[in-house]
Design a protein around this ligand. Structure first.
Ligand SMILES: Cc1cc2nc3c(=O)[nH]c(=O)nc-3n(C[C@H](O)[C@H](O)[C@H](O)COP(=O)(O)OP(=O)(O)OC[C@H]3O[C@@H](n4cnc5c(N)ncnc54)[C@H](O)[C@@H]3O)c2cc1C
Length: 548
């Protein structure tokens, strides 16, 4: 159980308390909020963080789990995006590389440098000189020289199984990677430490409009079914790909073009790369990334119009699977990779502002803000630029909340890191850095909560068992999928979504969440069917079910 003011509080009690505070039925918070953000992805989290830092009474609600939307399904890169630079999106690239540098400084262990290799082949475009020119521009924008030419031998050393036919050398450049869902959690946790309120599994069912202006939201606790009206001076719609739905209630038009991007995850030993590889897909010349991540290797992504219902979780199609496999085989033919090597898959829906161009990949990736009848809506942009997006939103909000202080200075986003302490010091440097990056000042408590044998890694991953216990105890876990797909991403890193470790996971859930056998079986059943639908290999699901 978590300790709040010296008292043990169960996850259910924490949730009940937060609901009372949200709905103004708790003496600690009565009256109107200054701001209510809808959407618990990185955009909503960033807005919550920036608003709480400026002492606003602010709350965030998320209809499913925090980071359930696109923000746990990205390519995990914190980057400027070379292709955005190539397509002339200079401002976006400039802002992104600056934000990358800031996050690297402020959140080591959560956002870490990653080298990227691009290999040159005879008669292939882009060649050495054009790619170098692109990287010169990229590095100028970041004010940091961060690339170098590498020989054929170095290429082979960095990517041992890379195709050697026609290989003339390569270029290595620097970007960064993160755990996207944990970036959301760290941002939310820091906001909560500044007295913000954040509730998952609470949906915004309708906007409350009085005198022609939005002044609150009709909310529903998805778990209990309870409903309430929550009033706020400003309501922010940060619902990503869902933004048009909320805007429709204030007469907003259709602006979002939902684009699906899918990824494959391989066991690292099957697709070993010393650092990330960028390659140009042979069939459509789009960039594809192969990235070592948390003990596995991720390959992504695709970029296709997503025509399906947004309430149904996105999943990879057989065509996308083949497309990504083709890219891997093209770059690493000797490995003879096929679908049987894939550990898991995941797909996300990118909220892109549609301009009507035919090719989805040609759509711009910058964010947009709309103010309609007092509702501030924001969508688009990137994980990397979430702090800037939040600051833009607060600037708009300042016109509606006169007391809102605007910061001219670029204050740090994450300012809480623990000092030296004996609990963390018993861990090796890498683990210390990981926990501090992901949990800030709470890193020490993650170590303290560990039972015997829980300060070791879950085999084949970088996650330690204590992270699961800590999450179950304090991080608003409602379902098993929250624990395995977002608090940790073990569900995509382990075979069959982690089925081999169920006994240990079950005992953590029993102890921390109070789940009895019946509840465990329900959770397990829905997690397994979700995993097969959205994280398995298309086609395999039916095969497996038929053999039962
Ligand atoms: C395949 C792919 C790869 C990407 N890779 C990268 C990358 O490497 N680097 C990078 O910087 N960016 C990347 N991006 C972009 C980045 O992931 C997104 O821009 C970002 O996650 C969007 O965050 P968001 O908070 O706006 O949306 P989401 O994360 O989707 O959050 C919106 C939330 O709103 C909730 N919601 C909707 N309606 C309601 C309601 N009525 N009530 C309550 N809650 C509601 C949803 O459940 C959802 O959780 C990628 C995107 C995709 C699709």
């Amino acid at each position: 159980m978590a300790r709040v003011n010296g008292v043990n509080v169960s996850p259910q009690e924490q949730r009940n308390q937060a609901w009372l505070e949200l709905t103004g039925r708790d003496s600690r918070r009565s009256g109107k909020l200054d701001m209510l953000a809808i959407g618990g992805g990185i955009t909503g989290a960033g807005i919550l963080r920036e608003a709480a830092r400026r002492n606003l009474a602010v709350a965030l609600i998320e209809q499913r789990d925090f980071a359930w939307g696109t923000s746990s399904r990205s390519s995990k890169m914190v980057h400027g995006g070379l292709r955005y630079l190539l397509s002339g999106q200079l401002k976006l690239t400039w802002e992104s590389v600056r934000e990358r540098e800031r996050l690297l400084r402020e959140a080591p262990g959560l956002v870490d440098p990653m080298g990227f290799l691009y290999a040159f082949y005879k008669k292939h475009w882009p060649g050495r000189w054009s790619f170098t020119a692109l990287l010169n521009a990229y590095d100028i924008l970041a004010s940091r020289f961060n690339h170098r030419y590498v020989s054929v031998q170095d290429c082979i050393w960095l990517a041992p199984h890379i195709t050697r036919k026609g290989l003339t050398g390569g270029i290595q450049y620097g970007d960064a990677v993160t755990d996207d869902a944990r970036l959301v959690f760290r941002t939310i946790r820091e906001a909560q430490q500044d007295h913000a309120l954040a509730l998952n599994y609470v949906a915004a069912d309708r906007l409350i409009i009085e005198g022609g202006r939005v002044c609150g939201v009709g909310v529903r606790d998805v778990v209990s079914g309870e409903t309430a009206d929550v009033h706020a001076t400003v309501v922010v719609n940060a619902t990503g790909a869902w933004a048009d739905r909320v805007r429709a209630q204030v007469g907003g038009g259709r602006s979002i073009r939902p684009l699906r991007g899918s990824h494959l995850v391989f066991p690292f030993w099957r697709l070993p790369v010393a650092q990330a590889i960028m390659l140009i897909h042979p069939s459509d010349r789009r960039p594809v990334f192969i990235l070592p991540w948390e003990g596995a290797t991720i390959v992504g992504n695709t970029d296709l119009d997503h025509k399906e219902d947004l309430d149904i979780e996105a999943s990879i199609t057989p065509q996308e699977l083949d497309y990504l496999l083709e890219a891997v085989r093209y770059q690493f033919p000797a490995l003879r990779i096929d679908r049987g090597d894939v550990l898991s898959t995941y797909s996300g829906v990118r909220p892109v502002i549609g301009t009507g161009v035919l090719n989805p990949s040609k759509e711009k990736r910058a964010h947009s803000i709309w103010v309609e009848r007092g509702l501030i809506s924001v969508s688009g942009g990137k994980l990397t630029t979430f702090r800037l997006i939040a600051r833009d939103v607060l600037e708009r909000a300042a016109r509606l909340i006169p007391s809102l202080p605007l910061e001219k200075r670029n204050n740090p986003l994450f300012y809480r890191t623990p000092g030296p302490n004996p609990h963390l010091q018993q861990l090796n440097q890498t683990l210390q850095k990981r926990l501090i990056g992901r949990y800030g000042t709470e890193a020490e408590e993650v170590v303290v909560c560990a039972k015997e044998g829980e300060l070791v890694r879950v085999p084949g991953t970088d996650v330690i068992w204590a992270e699961l216990r800590w999450a179950a105890r304090t991080e608003a876990v409602v379902h098993l999928e929250d624990l395995l797909l977002r608090r940790t991403q073990l569900g995509i890193l382990l075979p069959e979504g982690g089925m081999g470790f169920l006994n240990l996971i079950r005992s953590i859930c029993r102890e921390e969440l109070g789940w009895n056998d019946e509840r465990w079986l329900q959770e397990l059943y829905s997690y397994r069917s979700l995993w097969r639908r959205c994280h398995g290999i298309p086609g395999e699901t039916d095969k497996r079910q038929n053999t039962k």
